[in-house]
Design a protein around this ligand. Structure first.
Ligand code: GDD
Ligand code: MN
Length: 381
């Protein structure tokens, strides 16, 4: 099998026969199969089975009982089921002309790309099939925003929102994909640096039936974009924000029972530093822990950094207030914002840096690890 053609479908019954007919004609000479990943609530699966029975190329069907995963998860499931490593993803409504499949495949055979994108916005490509002026504007704005957010990864990509593309399954790590909503190509491109090529195509009108795009899909898209770009950082910010609230609450509670405010501030600061570290370990950097140094070493770095940061931030604030004459509140805000970014960078690059392979651990490190191991032993009484 040279090529697997993955078609996600949701209530596309009137389009199936025509799609299979045009795909069959287009891939003559290529050893190809069609895999329908169907979430329909109408008779689409029956129609697919009927068409499959008389088709001259293998047509397979997976019917899922829920469409909760949506278009993106259907495509990922298609990658897993495909016979060939080389997969083309194409919509089931004929907005993507199947005649373009051999063009994508030939471009791939040149051997310098892991992904070949059929683009509406390159060369002779068009987007005339977009339903109305609003969708044209939404598509253009979303494309511009997405490209601005991933200037490096999407450098060579004019149409990250297209649903028509070829991908070499061996080049992507399917397990890292979190397919939310409609835009699976963006997920693939943003997760990993891949070699990308583009060919133009004419995005046609629907053959039959209705579009499943909705405002809800738009929201999914915004969530996907934020998570892809700011995933770790926004969680980091939430935890930092929670920490600040807990910090204030502890100072308030301790001073209310008569504890000196300096002591209260120190207790509150250290408690939140430790609490934040534990939350970060669990929720933000959990995927980087295994490759990083030991838990105690990470704690030492994080604890040391946060204490140093608090010590440095206060004189800087004083300097801002005294010599720049900005208000104490603004100075606090400014230093906290800068500290937030520095802290994030320090944690992702230093605290959770992967251990260097082949480097013998230092003596101190071995001792710490030994203590660590002892501490983690189950107790024997
Ligand atoms: N399995 C499955 N599950 N398929 C789905 C689902 C779902 O929940 N939702 C939609 N699909 C299928 C449709 O049946 C169709 O084959 C394809 O996904 C695209 O859905 P459309 O309803 O035709 O949406 P569209 O035309 O607005 O969006 C398409 O065009 C965009 C370009 O503007 C999609 O292909 C996008 O990926 C593409 O970027
Ligand atoms: Mn469509």
């Amino acid at each position: 099998m040279q090529l697997s053609i993955i078609v996600p479908t949701f209530n596309e019954a009137p389009n199936v026969a025509e799609l299979v007919r045009r795909v069959t004609a287009a891939v003559a000479g290529i050893d190809a199969e069609v895999v329908f990943v169907d979430d329909s609530t109408d008779d689409t699966p029956d129609v697919i089975r009927e068409v499959a029975a008389s088709a001259s190329l293998p047509v397979r069907l997976v019917h899922r009982s829920s469409h909760a995963g949506g278009l993106g998860s259907a495509v990922v499931e298609g990658f897993a089921l495909a016979e060939s490593d080389v997969c083309v993803v194409i919509d089931g409504d004929l907005q993507h002309p199947p005649e373009e499949i051999p063009v994508l495949y030939e471009r791939f055979l040149r051997g310098d790309a892991d992904v070949v994108i059929a683009s509406r916005y390159v060369g002779g490509g068009t987007a005339t099939g977009l339903a109305d002026r609003t969708r044209v504007m939404v598509s253009k704005a979303a494309t511009a925003l997405t490209r601005a957010m991933f200037p490096v990864r999407l450098r060579d990509v004019s149409d990250p929102m297209t649903g028509y593309f070829l991908v070499d399954r061996r080049a992507i790590e399917a397990s890292t994909l979190k397919p939310r909503g409609f835009k699976i190509l963006l997920e693939i491109l943003a997760r990993k640096n891949l070699r990308v090529a583009e060919v133009p195509f004419d995005f046609a009108g629907r053959h039959a039936g209705e579009s499943k795009a909705s405002a809800r899909q738009g929201l999914h898209f915004i969530a996907q974009l934020t998570a892809l770009r700011f995933g770790k950082m926004s969680l980091f910010a939430v935890i930092g924000g929670l920490g600040a609230i807990v910090n204030i609450a502890i100072v308030w509670a301790l001073t209310a029972v008569g504890v000196d405010y300096i002591v209260a501030a120190v207790v509150a600061a250290e408690t939140t530093i430790i609490g934040n570290f534990l939350l970060m370990e669990r929720f933000v950097f959990h995927d980087m822990r295994d490759a990083a140094s030991s838990g105690w070493a990470r704690f030492a770095k994080s604890f040391g950094f946060n204490n140093a940061e608090a010590l440095i931030r206060i004189p800087i604030m004083a300097l801002l207030v005294e010599s720049w004459h900005i208000s104490a509140v603004l100075a606090t805000g400014l230093t906290l914002v800068v500290a937030f970014f520095v802290r994030f960078v320090f944690h992702s690059l230093v605290v959770y840096a992967p251990r260097k392979p082949g480097v013998e651990p230092s003596r101190a490190r071995r001792i710490i690890e030994q203590i660590d191991e002892e501490v983690m032993q189950p107790g024997e009484l």
